[in-house]
Design a protein around this ligand. Structure first.
Ligand code: FUB
Length: 378
């Protein structure tokens, strides 16, 4: 969510008009597999990144900016729950203050590559009594005739909490609850329902996501803006908590979802290429639990695997190399027997807070590893 250093784009590139980018991007053709992947389009017409790279996939949607796509299949239709990016007035900073999202709009498609439907506003910040601003990356789940929208937002004190809202329809509108989930904090909730019906929420994010300020169990308003500042100590880990059967509260205190190296040692705070930053997502493949997540300031989507939903998760490798834009956030979802990576970049705007969704196929190799995806091709 930050752009203070590393891959910040030039001001000139950042000011490229969205309209021009949209027109440019509209020239691409897509692959016949329907993933939106680019094919043998003539070189003159094919959109290129500011660095002259080709894009692996084209945006799913060009009407509004949606980021952090959490995809699910409900009633044989694909529903995507994401952040609705807007161009606000708050200056960019390293806490992501410029990510000023105020509502959620659900996107749906009948198939990968199908025409996306943009549904009306599903939930607005003004409808949530405890929330003041910054409706960041959401997720959704279904149980017993009810759809649940999980979302982070800042409370009036500026502390991120996680809320849940309900609907009888996957696209909403969702009815908010008066309070956030008890004992919830930080950002990026994602909900995984195991084969036995148990539901788990994974959440957390460092830097602007505030996870480091909860290191001692209570929010420290004077805590670090980044991480624990201890490179040779275990990194901050994502949190996991089983949800109650009614899906509205935690059934237990959140615990760390430990990510360890090949020797069983926790990844260290200084290991920026591998340690957790934000965007935790769980999927299960052939009985193995795959925890994938963003490394934030090094811009990778990594994954680690375990035999239980709580971990410990052993680091395995990269799902996605860096995209255009500072943030990287994804979901991994099975659609009609094939696995897909939903992700975002800034192809249409070249501005870090105006992101567009993409999708591409994801391959689990026979040995259980995930084939690394390059979103940009030289
Ligand atoms: O969209 C706002 C924040 O940026 C998300 O919560 C993070 O995961 C990052 O994508």
């Amino acid at each position: 969510m930050l752009n203070g250093f590393t891959r910040m784009k030039s001001a000139a590139a950042g000011l490229m008009s969205a309209a021009a980018a949209l027109a440019l991007a509209g020239c691409a053709t897509t692959a016949s597999d329907g993933t939106g992947s680019t094919t043998g389009t003539s070189a003159a017409a094919e959109p290129r990144s500011p660095d002259g790279m080709r894009y692996l996939s084209q945006p799913i949607l060009r009407d509004i900016y949606i980021a952090d796509p959490s995809a699910h299949v409900f009633n044989n239709r694909i529903y995507i729950y994401g952040s609705h990016d807007i161009d606000g007035t708050t200056p960019e900073d390293d806490l992501g203050s410029h990510f000023e999202m105020r509502d959620y709009q659900v996107i749906s498609m009948d198939r990968i590559g199908g025409t996306p439907t943009v549904h009306p506003v599903a939930l607005d910040v003004s409808q949530v009594p405890w929330a003041s601003k910054q409706m960041w990356a959401p997720d959704a789940a279904y149980r017993n005739g009810t759809y649940y929208l999980y979302f982070p937002a800042k409370d009036p004190q500026g502390i991120f909490r996680i809320g849940v809202a309900t609907s009888t329809r996957p696209e909403g509108p969702f009815t908010q609850r008066p309070q956030p989930i008890q004992n919830s904090y930080s950002i990026d909730p994602s909900v995984f329902i195991d084969d036995d019906g148990a539901a788990y929420m994974y959440f957390g994010g460092i830097w602007g996501g505030q996870l480091q300020r909860w290191a001692n169990g209570r929010f420290d308003p004077n805590g670090s803006n980044t991480d624990l500042g201890r490179d040779d100590q275990p990194a901050l880990m994502p949190r996991v908590a089983r949800l109650r059967d009614d899906m509205l509260e935690f059934a237990e205190a959140p615990r760390e979802a430990m990510i360890v190296d090949e020797n069983g040692r926790p990844l260290l705070g200084g290991d920026h290429d591998r340690r957790f930053f934000e965007a935790a997502w769980m999927h299960k493949h052939n009985g193995t639990y795959y925890l994938s997540y963003s490394t934030g300031d090094t811009h990778f989507i990594n994954y680690a695997t375990a035999r239980t939903p709580y971990g410990p998760f052993t680091f395995r490798g990269r799902v996605l190399n860096p995209v255009q834009g500072w943030t990287s956030h994804h979901s991994i979802t099975q659609v009609n027997g094939r696995w897909y990576l939903f992700y975002h970049d800034t192809q249409l705007s070249n501005r870090t807070h105006l992101r567009n969704m993409k999708v591409t196929e994801l391959v689990h190799e026979a040995d259980g590893t995930i084939r690394t995806i390059d979103p940009l091709i030289r």
